[in-house]
Design a protein around this ligand. Structure first.
Ligand code: NAD
Ligand code: UDX
Length: 470
């Protein structure tokens, strides 16, 4: 296998940035250049004060150590392609908004454009690595494009190396991954390319955690892992509805079920619904793949995971309306948390967006506090969620503030949408004193001590808990 000395990563987003920054940190003998078409994103990666384009715990430290040493950020895509031995394609693959497969299929346009650029520019052999999450057999299309456009005798080997990091814990996940998965063609050249990439990871990942498989298995494993993780959440959320109706407690049920070593305790936390850029997109992609393969039962099975998530979000909105005496028109609601999970500023598919959209459709006033999400992002998300409402109208109903007390002052209800650690430290007595009475708290994240809040005087609703205590 070739000895990789120069790596190029196309796409400086949530995956390309942290992943290749960690590769640079752990492989000082490899020069890593991360490129993107988005100038302001690259400027942020290069900023003197390290105000990076994404918030991820531990990321600044990694970039501080490697940037300028063997880690570079640039918009000169062609130069980085030309010089690299190995190229990660880590561009976005969102759900298609129009055309064939709209609403389900992955939009592979960015992957294709990046692939065509590699073919147009490369004059020497390259290992091209799919880092983006793609439908099964995308590597074949990439190979066809590369081989049909190859010039100067350049040869391309395609690998699949899906990324399993979760936002908020990306650096930890990258430094000690459960596994690294590499898929290749089972030919001599394919296996050599696979070994070359495995050798890069072997600089810090134990060999037994580097799994090598066929290309299609690797591509499908990524969709499978996300679908099964999301399925656990939808399963527990479905049970949370039964808990609310019966007086069982979802925390106790999760704990009891998760104690079975075959099931395990992780990823069984009931919530207002999963969000993030991956779960919904990847499951819809799997649904589309199943339908294209004429497997409608398989498609319907996975689709239900997303349907249950939509149900969980609308069920929560309905609980808020019903509990506030069946109308929230003109009422004031504080929403704590806007990110799709704690420790990230990312809002893609955040449940908070759906809840606030529902509240606005009832003409309630909403005040939002999130410790990390930028104001401009909130306005953009709400505009997209309410396409028929002008932003000026949205701004009449929505206020963004900078701390919890300010958010809750003079409100009828508080809704917890994200499990930020600082919400565990809220001084609920002070919040209560500042609220309109009766004061309601709706906990979509199993974060509060409901009994303690009830003693203060709050009316409390928690996901997966009935009203009465046993
Ligand atoms: P992102 O939108 O944050 O970043 C993608 C970047 O690629 C953007 O900055 C965009 O400008 C750039 N880009 C697009 N086309 C380009 C081109 N032709 N040349 C140069 N740059 C180009 O997306 P992301 O969250 O990093 O996700 C990237 C891929 O990784 C997706 O396929 C996603 O499904 C997958 N993934 C994401 C996560 C996650 O937690 N976000 C985890 C695992 C896998
Ligand atoms: C996910 C996968 O975990 C990761 O392996 C993959 O690479 C990308 O997609 P991410 O979306 O960043 O990562 O975060 P994750 O921690 O999986 O959370 C996704 C959503 O599920 C969040 O909204 C989170 O709050 C929610 N969740 C998670 C629950 O509601 N309950 C749980 O028990 C766990």
């Amino acid at each position: 296998p070739i000895d990789v000395k120069k790596i190029c990563c196309i796409g400086a987003g949530y995956v390309g940035g942290p992943t290749c920054a960690v590769i640079a940190l752990k492989c000082p003998h490899i020069t890593v250049t991360i490129v993107d078409l988005n100038q302001s994103r690259i400027d942020a990666w290069n900023s003197d004060d390290f105000s990076l384009p994404i918030y991820e715990p531990g990321l600044v430290d990694v970039v501080k150590q490697a940037r300028g040493r063997n880690l570079f950020f640039s918009t000169d895509v062609d130069k980085a392609i030309l010089e690299a031995d190995l190229i990660f394609v880590s561009v976005n693959t969102p759900t298609k908004k129009s055309g064939v497969g709209a609403g389900f299929a992955a939009d592979l346009n960015y992957v294709e454009l990046a692939t065509r650029r590699i073919a147009a520019v490369a004059t020497s052999n390259k290992i091209v690595v799919e880092k983006s999450t793609v439908p099964c057999r995308t590597a074949e299309s990439m190979r066809t494009i590369l081989e049909s456009n190859s010039h100067g005798g350049a040869r391309f080997d395609i690998l699949s190396n899906p990324e399993f990091l979760a936002e908020g814990t990306a650096i930890k996940d990258l430094l000690s991954p459960d596994r690294v998965l590499i898929g290749s063609l089972q030919t001599g050249e394919g296996l050599d390319a696979c070994q070359a990439l495995a050798n890069v990871y072997a600089n810090w990942v134990p060999k037994e955690r580097i799994l090598t498989v066929g290309l299609w298995s690797s591509e499908l494993s990524k969709l499978a892992a996300n679908a099964m993780l999301a399925q656990r959440i939808s399963s527990i959320n479905a049970l949370s509805a039964i808990c609310e109706a019966t007086g069982a407690n979802i925390d106790e049920v999760s704990h009891a079920v998760g104690f079975d070593s075959r099931i395990g305790p992780k990823f069984l936390r009931a919530s207002v619904g999963f969000g993030g850029s991956c779960f919904q997109k990847d499951i819809l992609n799997l649904v589309y793949l199943s339908e294209s393969l004429h497997l409608p039962e398989v498609a319907a099975y996975w689709r239900q995971v997303v349907d249950m998530n939509e149900y969980q979000k609308s069920r929560f909105s309905k609980t808020v309306v019903d509990t506030l005496f069946k109308t929230i028109t003109g009422k004031h609601i504080a929403v704590l948390g806007f990110a799709f999970k704690a420790d990230t500023g990312d809002t893609r598919e955040s449940a908070a967006i759906t809840l606030i959209r529902d509240f606005l459709s009832e003409r309630a006033y909403v005040t939002i506090y999130d410790p990390k999400v930028e104001e401009s992002q909130i306005w953009q998300d709400l505009s997209e969620a309410c396409p028929n409402t002008p932003l000026e109208t949205i701004k009449k109903y929505v206020t963004i503030v900078h701390n919890v007390i300010e958010a809750c002052k003079d409100k009828e209800a508080v809704v917890i949408a994200t499990e930020w650690k600082e919400f565990l430290e809220i001084d609920w007595q002070t919040v209560y004193d500042h609220m309109t009475k009766p004061a309601f708290v709706f906990d979509g994240r199993l974060l509060i001590d409901a009994d303690k809040l009830r003693k203060i005087g709050f009316k409390v609703k928690v996901i997966g808990r009935g009203d009465s205590t046993q």
